[in-house]
Design a protein around this ligand. Structure first.
Ligand SMILES: [Fe+2]
Length: 334
C-alpha cells in the first residue's frame, strides 16, 4: 500500500437501471453492485428522467417495456437531455426481432441484449461502453484545455479578442456555402478556432507591438504556425486540422510560409483560413491600422484578387457569399 492509498477515493462509474418489475430491479442492482458500480434504479419513465437529471449516471440499461413511455422513447429523451455528451444506453428486450432492433437504433441505443440474458454478457457490454465513454471524456478534456488556452491567448492582446471565434464561425459558414459535408464543417470550425494557437508561445509585447516589426521579430511571429502544429500534434482528435494550422499563411503564389507551398498544394482548409483570417484581421481594429468597414475590406480583397495572396477562385466564392446582404455571417461585421 502506498502512502496515499485511501486518501483519494477512486470515482465509481454509475448506471441507471429502468425496469417495471421491482424484483428484476433488485436482482440487477445486486449484480452490478458486486461489479463495483454505483446503481440508481427507476421503475417508470418519469422516475428515470428525474434520477438521470439528479445523478447524471454514466450509462443506462432500459427495459423496452417501461411504463409511462416505452424504452425506445425513453432512450430518445435521455439522449436528447444529454445533448452532445456521450451517454451510452443498452436496451433490454424480449423481442429479438429485426424490427425492434431497427427501432432501437433509430432511438439512438448503443447496444441490445435479449431476455433472458446472461449476466456476464451484459457486464461485458457495460464495461466496454463505459471504456468508450471514459476515452471520449478524456478527449473532451484535452479539447477544452486547448480552448481555454485560446481564450487566455486572446485576452493578452485586446486587438485580437474574439478573432479565433469569428474566424471559426465564418470559415465553417464558408465551407458550408461551398457544399462541403457536415463532418468537414466541424473540422473547419476546429481549425478556425485553433489556427493561431501557436501564438501562446510568443511574448505578449511582441504580439502587441505597435508599428513595423523588424525582420527578426517578423520571423519569430511566423513561427506560430509550426508551434501551433506542435501543440495540437499529440491529440488524436486534432489530426485532421494539423495541415490547416501549419499552412494558413501560405500564399497562392508560393511566397508564404512556412513551406512556400503554392496553389492547390496548399490544403483546402488552409486556403479557406487564409481568406477568412485576412478578412477578419482587416475588418478588426488593429494597433497599427484603422477600422475598415466590411464592405470596404471586401472591395479591397476583390481588387487584389489576382495579386497572388489567395486562391482567386475560392476568393470569388467568398465574395459571393459575403456580398449577399441577407447573409447572417455578413451581419457579424455589419
Ligand atoms: Fe496566423
Amino acid at each position: 500500500m502506498g502512502p496515499f492509498t485511501g486518501l483519494i477515493k477512486e470515482e465509481q462509474s454509475s448506471i441507471l437501471v429502468v425496469n417495471n418489475f421491482k424484483s428484476n430491479l433488485k436482482a440487477m442492482e445486486d449484480v452490478f453492485f458486486k461489479e463495483g458500480l454505483r446503481v440508481y434504479t427507476a421503475s417508470g419513465s418519469g422516475d428515470a428522467i428525474e434520477t438521470f437529471k439528479q445523478h447524471l449516471p454514466d450509462l443506462a440499461i432500459l427495459d423496452v417495456t417501461v411504463p409511462g413511455a416505452d424504452g425506445f422513447e425513453l432512450c430518445l429523451k435521455l439522449k436528447d437531455i444529454s445533448g452532445k455528451r456521450f451517454f451510452p444506453v443498452i436496451l433490454l428486450s424480449a423481442l429479438a426481432d429485426q424490427k425492434s432492433r431497427i427501432k432501437g437504433l433509430e432511438s439512438g441505443a448503443d447496444d441490445f441484449i435479449s431476455k433472458p440474458f446472461d449476466n456476464s454478457e451484459l457486464i461485458l457490454k457495460i464495461k466496454s461502453l463505459l471504456k468508450v465513454k471514459a476515452l471520449q471524456e478524456e478527449l473532451d478534456d484535452s479539447e477544452s484545455i486547448i480552448l481555454t488556452l485560446i481564450v487566455t491567448m486572446e485576452a493578452r492582446d485586446p486587438y485580437t479578442k474574439g478573432h479565433s471565434t469569428r474566424v471559426s464561425k465564418l470559415s465553417a459558414d464558408f465551407v458550408s456555402f461551398l457544399g462541403i459535408n457536415q463532418k468537414n464543417q466541424e473540422e473547419m470550425k476546429k481549425a478556425g478556432i485553433l489556427h493561431d494557437i501557436g501564438k501562446i508561445c510568443l511574448s505578449a509585447s511582441l504580439l502587441c507591438k505597435p508599428g513595423a516589426l523588424t525582420e527578426e521579430e517578423a520571423d519569430v511571429i511566423k513561427r506560430h504556425v509550426v508551434l501551433g502544429e506542435e501543440i495540437c500534434q499529440p491529440l488524436f482528435s486534432m489530426r485532421k486540422i494539423l495541415p490547416a494550422i501549419r499552412h494558413h499563411h501560405e500564399r497562392w503564389d508560393g511566397k508564404g510560409y512556412p513551406d512556400r507551398l503554392g496553389e492547390k498544394d496548399i490544403p483546402l482548409m488552409a486556403r479557406v483560413l487564409s481568406i477568412v483570417d485576412s478578412f477578419d484581421a482587416m475588418v478588426s481594429v488593429r494597433p497599427y491600422r484603422d477600422h475598415k468597414s466590411a464592405h470596404g475590406t471586401l472591395e479591397t480583397m476583390n481588387s487584389e484578387r489576382d495579386k497572388g495572396q489567395w486562391d482567386p477562385e475560392l476568393l470569388g466564392y467568398f465574395l459571393e457569399m459575403m456580398g449577399s446582404p441577407a447573409d447572417n455571417t455578413y451581419s457579424l461585421y455589419g
